[in-house]
Ligand binder design. Structure first.
Ligand code: UDP
Length: 238
């Protein structure tokens, strides 16, 4: 690391569907390939990751089916920890030192969430994975991505998407005339009802001046390219 030159620091959000490869549970081949792409950028850029958990449980869905929302949300958060451990495993296999920090204490498998320590890990070229969301029901991991990015001083939030390579004027799978944005503002996204992340998360990014990149997972080395700051996807700014 060059003296006195601040490295780019990013917060990568990987939703649960990235881990499940489209189904329930963890698909090892999918996680391995994402881990290898992260490994290709590690060391050149400081990387923290927030993992979703929709491949296991979503609290809102469970509560629609009769569970207490709060308990269901805790189940959702616990699911994200399993994704965090899977990713840690494949990152370690790819030669990257990795630490998991959990917002719900579980010392046998993860450190507690300590932002200053997370920063220290990144300075030492370790990748940090944040599991268990905020530790609080009624939040989403998108909001966690915004909050953690702000707290660790990330330059950009990177939202990895499956099946779409950026933000469009309409759903490109439904509307053939849909056009991709190279850039848009949070206000435009909010007014046009484009949910690149949930509203709480977008408001947090907007109010605290945090840039976001929305990009597609598919395509050669896209995760590596996004981490390194190469132009792709759609940039969203305040
Ligand atoms: N969750 C929560 N608080 C948080 C983050 C997540 O209660 O701070 C729960 C919530 O039930 C959510 C689930 O964990 O549905 C999985 O997270 P999310 O749906 O954001 O995962 P993704 O859609 O990214 O796979």
């Amino acid at each position: 690391q060059a003296d006195n030159v601040a490295r780019r620091r990013v917060l990568l959000k990987l939703s649960g569907e990235v881990f499940g490869g489209g189904s329930i549970g963890v698909d090892p081949d999918t996680v391995r390939s994402v881990a290898e792409q992260i490994a290709a950028a590690a060391g050149q850029v400081e990387i923290a990751i927030v993992v979703g958990g929709g491949n296991f449980f979503r609290g809102a869905e469970l509560s629609h089916n009769g569970m207490d929302r709060r308990r269901a949300d805790y189940m959702g958060m616990l699911g994200t920890v399993m994704n965090a451990l899977a990713l840690q495993d494949f990152l370690t296999q790819a030669g990257v030192d990795t630490r998991v920090q959990s917002a719900i204490n579980m010392h046998q498998v993860a450190e507690p969430y300590i932002p200053q320590r997370a920063i220290r890990h990144m300075e030492k070229d370790r990748v940090v994975i944040f599991g268990a969301g905020t530790g609080l029901p009624y939040f989403s991991t998108d909001t966690v991505a915004a909050q953690r990015a702000l707290e660790i001083g990330a330059d950009q939030v990177l939202m990895a998407k499956s099946g779409v390579d950026g933000v469009y004027t309409a759903d490109p799978k439904v509307d053939v005339g849909a056009k991709k944005f190279d850039h848009l503002t949070y206000d435009e996204a909010i007014v046009k009802n484009i949910r690149v992340m949930d509203l709480t998360a977008m408001t947090m990014c907007k109010d605290n001046n945090l840039d976001m990149l929305v990009f597609g997972m598919e395509g050669d080395g896209n995760v590596t390219r996004a981490l390194l700051g190469e132009p792709l996807g759609t940039v969203v700014t305040p």
